[in-house]
Design a protein around this ligand. Structure first.
Ligand SMILES: NC(=O)c1ccc[n+]([C@@H]2O[C@H](COP(=O)([O-])OP(=O)(O)OC[C@H]3O[C@@H](n4cnc5c(N)ncnc54)[C@H](O)[C@@H]3O)[C@@H](O)[C@H]2O)c1
Length: 315
């Protein structure tokens, strides 16, 4: 298949690009390198350097590559930035997404895979883990743009017959995730503990997230190509892991790798909880199991070890 991946130079998109190339697909990437890197790209992928919020950039990539499948991963995904500059967030995630969707329909792409966010759209729900029928309640403009774009996809299915596969990711982690920025707490703690620096937990450490390993997310994207019909699927483990457990697991992993160093912090530092953040989050993955044939295969400990080892190698 000819597959165009927007955001394919980023953390998740580049792992998907590599897997699709390995599976024998023809892959192209459209990316403006805002957070992604050329180093992440598989050699066999065709690169279109461009911005999804520029209609001309998107049109050029689609005209030249004529994809049968679009995997839409390019996004502004910094939650705090989305609160500070919601117009820029929407310009990328809604208007940029629409440029991609319009071109997908124009060139006759049959399938549109969209990287949505379970954590960001369900908000503080009473349902734990949250299934796909949970009423959405985004707490940030970022979550709102993900939900909005999902709704456009449902309209495009009705009007243009394009098949959407909406993957609502939990908190994805693994090699290549940025240790800068505000997201990616596993990468951030790993980098800091490898350097012997303190780690800050906002709140008392009992707040939870559902951490899913990037290799498992890639497999969901491989299965999304084979699904006869479209659909919406949570891609998470269904398990809540507290931020304090994240710290302890990363610390123990770094200890195993480097030996227990006394200069390395044994305990996290604490700062006041940040407003607007979800307290608990976990995604019910039974639908993905039943229809996509997907379930997570990587234990939290194994995934953290992969991440820490990668960060140490790339330091
Ligand atoms: N990382 C997570 O935990 C997580 C969770 C839920 C959903 N998602 C979604 O998965 C997707 C990929 O996230 P990631 O973690 O790999 O982030 P990332 O920042 O590593 O990847 C995003 C990619 O999109 C590119 N990009 C950004 N703006 C662009 C633009 N205007 N035009 C073209 N390219 C642009 C970046 O350069 C980067 O390569 C995003 O849509 C994100 O919202 C991620």
């Amino acid at each position: 298949m000819r597959i165009l991946i927007t955001g394919g130079a980023g953390f998740i998109g580049s792992h998907i690009a590599a897997a699709y190339v390995r599976d024998g697909h023809e892959v192209a990437v459209l990316d403006n390198f805002r957070t992604g890197s050329k180093r992440n790209l598989p050699a066999a992928a065709t690169l279109f350097a461009g911005d999804i919020s520029q209609a001309g950039d998107v049109e050029l990539a689609f005209r030249q590559f004529q994809p049968e499948v679009v995997s839409h991963h390019a996004a502004q995904l910094d939650v705090r930035h989305s609160l500070e500059d919601p117009a820029h967030d929407a310009a990328t995630n809604v208007l940029g997404g629409l440029n991609v969707l319009l071109q997908a329909a124009r060139c006759g792409a049959q399938r549109f895979i969209f990287a949505s966010s379970g954590g960001a759209i369900y908000g503080n729900t009473g349902r734990m883990p949250a299934d796909e029928a949970t009423p959405v309640q985004p707490l940030s403009p970022y979550g709102l743009t993900k939900w909005t774009f999902e709704s456009y996809l449902h309209i495009w299915r009705q009007v243009h017959g394009i098949t959407p596969v909406i993957l609502r990711y939990a908190n994805v982690y693994g090699p290549r995730q940025s240790a800068e920025g505000e997201a990616g707490v596993i990468a951030i703690f790993s980098r800091r503990l490898l350097r012997g620096c303190p780690c800050v937990i906002y709140g008392d450490g009992s707040s939870t997230r559902d951490y899913v390993y990037v290799g498992d997310v890639v497999r969901a994207n491989q299965l999304a190509l084979t699904l006869a019909d479209g659909g919406t699927f949570n891609v998470g483990t269904g398990r809540e892991t507290s931020i304090r457990t994240v710290f302890d697991t990363v610390r123990d992993t770094v200890d195993r790798l480097l030996g227990r160093g006394e200069e390395r912090p044994r305990l996290p530092e604490h700062a006041p909880a940040r407003a607007g953040e979800v307290y608990r989050s976990a995604l019910d993955n039974r639908r993905a199991g039943e229809i996509l044939g997907w379930s997570p295969q990587t234990s939290f400990e194994a995934g953290v070890a992969q991440t820490v080892e990668w960060l140490q190698r790339s330091a």
